[in-house]
Design a protein around this ligand. Structure first.
Ligand code: ATP
Length: 278
């Protein structure tokens, strides 16, 4: 049942795919894009999916995010087999358990930052007032407290991406799917956004899945899945380095997700300092 998806636990596998197949087109025009891809992502970790253009990364995260259905194979999210859910239940599951962040921030230009960030809660039936209150709290936590009433055009790229991250997190999803989240950002803003996502993953026992070509941000990965021709070819474990980076950001304190929520003001401060002056 959708409503009884288990709460994530530290180290839990939140996303598990095995032998996923997906083709587009029919007959001679049929293209087999996913060729038995297997992939998993854990709570509290940044899991990257990298590989050459056209190898199937966006298709795989679309299957994981319940946007596309697999032709074959297993796709389980929070212990729920996505294949058994009806269309309406899939839509409900997506709304509850996933947040999405894209390269183009996709903010609605006529809405303020707070109104944009509140959208998922409003879509779930919450009153506009309550949803915006949650959005404002989250924007403040992300270093954008003074910008909640601004329009997207009044914000820098890094700030807009943080509004998009607030929108992706406002309904407290367990899985955050990010497609090229830093491709429109300069190196410093991109690195700050990734540090923020990394700390948010640990704090919330979330699984953050990132499709990227941007090797400037590989340092933030806990695990990198290298994909080629519709399959995962290699899985690279970078947990030790990622843990060290979190420790450095948190003043030498190990980022232990079993403790109380770690202090992240240093990260937020650095985000705020970098590009908050518009
Ligand atoms: N809806 C579709 N209909 C037909 N072909 C598609 C469709 N979506 C994707 N494809 C094809 O599937 C292949 C994989 O596309 P996908 O977007 O998953 O690759 P990718 O690894 O994310 O590439 P990039 O890094 O360039 O974004 C490509 O050849 C693409 O043209």
């Amino acid at each position: 049942m959708v409503d009884t998806a288990p709460e994530p636990r530290p180290d839990a596998v939140l996303v598990a795919c095995s032998g996923v197949e997906k083709s587009f087109g029919e007959g001679n025009a049929k293209v087999r894009v996913l060729r038995g891809a297997s992939f998993d992502a854990h709570a509290g970790e940044m899991t990257y999916l990298v590989g050459p253009s056209g190898c199937g990364k966006t298709t795989l995260i679309s299957v994981i995010g319940a946007i596309l259905s697999a032709d074959d194979g297993e796709v389980s999210v929070l212990g729920t087999d996505l294949r058994v859910l009806s269309r309406p239940k899939l839509a409900d599951f997506r709304l509850r358990h996933f947040g999405f962040v894209f390269q183009q921030f996709n903010l609605l230009p006529a809405l303020t930052a707070a109104e944009n960030a509140a959208i998922p809660r409003v879509a779930r039936g919450e009153s506009t007032g309550d949803a915006e209150e949650h959005a404002r709290q989250l924007l403040a936590e992300l270093g954008l407290g003074d910008h909640a009433d601004k329009m997207p055009a009044q914000l820098s790229g890094g700030q807009q991406q943080r509004v998009a991250i607030a929108r992706a997190l406002v309904h407290e999803p367990s899985v955050l799917i990010c497609d090229e989240p830093t491709a429109s950002l300069d190196a410093a803003s991109g690195s700050n956004v990734m540090a923020l996502l990394s700390d948010l993953a640990v704090e919330g026992d979330r699984s953050v899945i990132i499709v990227t070509h941007d090797d400037r941000i590989f340092d933030h990965a806990d695990v990198i899945h290298h994909m080629a021709d519709g399959e995962i070819e290699e899985v690279e474990d970078r947990r030790e380095q990622a843990g060290r980076r979190r420790e450095e950001r948190n003043g030498g304190r190990p980022a232990d997700r079993r403790e109380e929520a770690p202090e992240t003001d240093a990260v937020r401060g650095s985000c705020a300092g970098n590009d908050q002056n518009r």
